[in-house]
Design a protein around this ligand. Sequence first.
Ligand SMILES: *Cc1c(COP(=O)(O)O)cnc(C)c1O
Length: 369
Amino acid sequence: MKDRIKLIKPYISFDEVSTELEEIFDSGQLTKGQHVAKFVKSLTDYTGSLYAVPMTSATTALTMCLKALGIKKGDKVAISDFSFPATANVVEDVEATPIFIDVDQDTYNMSVDDLRSKIDDKVKAVIFVDALGSPSGIDKIKSVCEEFGLPLIEDAACAIGSSVNGVKVGAIADLTCFSFHPRKLLTTGEGGAILTNNQEYATWLDMKANHGASGLRGKVFDFIDFGYNYRMSEIQALMGWKQVAKLDGITERRNIIADQYAEALEPLGMKRQKIAEGVYHNIQSLIFTVPETVKRDDLIDYLAEHNIESTLGTYCLSGTTFYANKYKAVQPTAHWLENHTITLPCYDGVCVNTVSTVINSFFSSQIDD
Ligand SMILES: *Cc1c(COP(=O)(O)O)cnc(C)c1O
C-alpha cells in the first residue's frame, strides 16, 4: 500500500541532535542548562523581541499572560472566534468572560469592526489569533487596542516565522504566545513560549514559571511568591534552537508548495486564505475554502479514501458545545468558515500533484452526480 500522505511532518531529525543529546545525557543536566538559554536567545534574536520565557505549552503561556495582566472574575476578554478552543479556555480558566469577536471572511482573522462594536468598560484585554499562522490585520487591531488602552495578547501558537511589514511575530503585540506542539511547524514535542518587550512582565512570568523563585536568600533560592513549574527541559530546548536556525528556509519552501497548490486548485473554485498586504505567512497550515456547491466533509472523506490526510480549517469557538450552551453567541462568519474550509498536507516533499489530482477527480465526480 502507498504511504499515507500526512498533514505535516516535523522538521527535525535524530542526526541533527544526536551529538548534543549524548552530551546532555552524559552531563546529567537535563533542565535549566545551556540549551534552554540558547533557545531563549535564538527566539529573541530571531523575532527581535527583547524577552522570551519558555513555557510548557501555548495554553499555559496564554493563561500566564492573562494572569500577568491581572485579568480576573468579572473581566471580559475579547478573543478571535476562529481558533483552537485553548484561546477561549484560558479565559474561562481565570474566571473571566470570553467575548467572541467574529472574523473576516477572507483572512479568517479578527474583524476590526466587530471588535469596536463589542468593546465596553468590562473588556480588559484582547487576544488576537494568527489564524493558521497568518497575522493579517493585527496592525489594525493593535491601533484599536492603543486607542482604548487595552493590552494586546497575540495567540501566535501557529505563527512563528510570520511577519508584518518586516516585523516578526513576537515583536508586535504586548505579549505573544508560541506553541511547539507537534502539529505546529516548529516542535519540541510539547512546549511553548511567551515573547514580550516588557521587562516587568518577563521577570514576573519567569519567576512564576519557576516556583516563585527569584534570586537568592543567603545561599538558597528566595521564593518571593507562590508559583508553578512550567519549565522546559534541555532536550526540548535543543530541538527548539536547532529548528529556529532553519525557520526561514522552512517557511520559504512551504510558501512555494502553497503557490503550487493554489495554481492547481483555484481553477476549481477553491479559495486560498487571503494574506493582507505587507504580511508574510509561514504557511503553518494551508487552508482553502471550498465552493458552496461541494460538501467539505465529503471532500475530506474522499481524500482519506485515497490515503491523504486533511482536516477542517479550524474551529468556531462560540459554536463548540460548551461555549454555545454557556454564552449562546455563535458568530456567523467563524461558523461558516468552520464548515467550508479544508487544511491540506503541506511539508517538504509532499506531492502536490497527487493531492490536486485526487481533488480534481472529486470535483469531476460531483459534476457527474
Ligand atoms: C495549537 C494551538 C493552541 C494550543 O497550543 P498548545 O501548545 O498545544 O497548548 C492555542 N491556540 C491556537 C491558535 C493553536 O493553534
